[in-house]
Design a protein. Structure first.
Lengths: 110, 112
């Protein structure tokens, strides 16, 4: 079983929609959770960082961690064409290990 | 603003050439990492370093070496480039035991 699982999509939504991106993970001891946005031919850009459980909001973005279900989510409100990118979830494990989802490709149509 | 800087965004090299990829971070992070990213294979760890002159093999170290002479700088070396090393190379850094991972802009290497 992989440490982190992410639906690769692609996901296509109309402009203004609410987008929900999700990952599941295997180890209940994980504490640090990240979401990245990656545009084509660029490096991943850190969007959200959450320690332990709960919600964190930053503008149109909300990150949610449900440790009981081992489920992490990123919500994008009022999605824009500029949000079209690949979104990666990541988790920090022990011994400086980071585990990554495979990425979900999002397309927001004008 | 936190910064991981990779010196070359795009490189084209010939088979057998020696290739150096440089990475510098300005966050005083102990950890530095080199990943490669390929379609369908995701991010794969090549090497990481948790201190100056220290290095640990990742999942795919074959054909690569690294150098960390200063805390802020981590170099990836391809001793003899091969076509199967054509890829996007990503440098990243983090604090030693806690916190998030920051990536550079990436270096896209093509080996002909």
């Amino acid at each position: 079983q992989k440490e982190v699982e992410q639906d690769p999509g692609p996901l296509s939504v109309p402009e203004g929609a609410i987008v929900s991106l999700n990952c599941t993970y295997s180890n209940s001891a994980f504490q640090y959770f990240m979401w990245y946005r990656q545009y084509s031919r660029k490096g991943p850009e850190l969007l959200m960082y959450t320690y332990s459980s709960g919600n964190k909001e930053d503008g149109r973005f909300t990150a949610q961690v449900d440790k009981s279900s081992k489920y992490i989510s990123l919500f994008i409100r009022d999605s824009q064409p500029s949000d079209s990118a690949t979104y990666l979830c990541a988790i920090r494990g022990n011994f400086n290990k980071f585990y990554f989802g495979s990425g979900t490709k999002l397309n927001v149509k004008p | 603003d936190v910064k991981v800087t990779q010196s070359s965004r795009y490189l084209v090299k010939r088979t057998g050439e020696k290739v150096f990829l440089e990475c510098v971070q300005d966050m005083d992070h102990e950890n530095m990492f080199w990943y490669r990213q390929d379609p369908g294979l995701g991010l794969r760890l090549i090497y990481f370093s948790y201190d100056v002159k220290m290095k640990e093999k990742g999942d795919i170290p074959e054909g690569y070496s690294v150098s960390r002479e200063k805390k802020e700088r981590f170099s990836l070396i391809l001793e003899s480039a091969s076509t199967n090393q054509t890829s996007m190379y990503l440098c990243a850094s983090s604090l030693l035991q806690v916190g998030e991972l920051f990536f550079g802009e990436g270096s896209r290497l093509t080996v002909l």
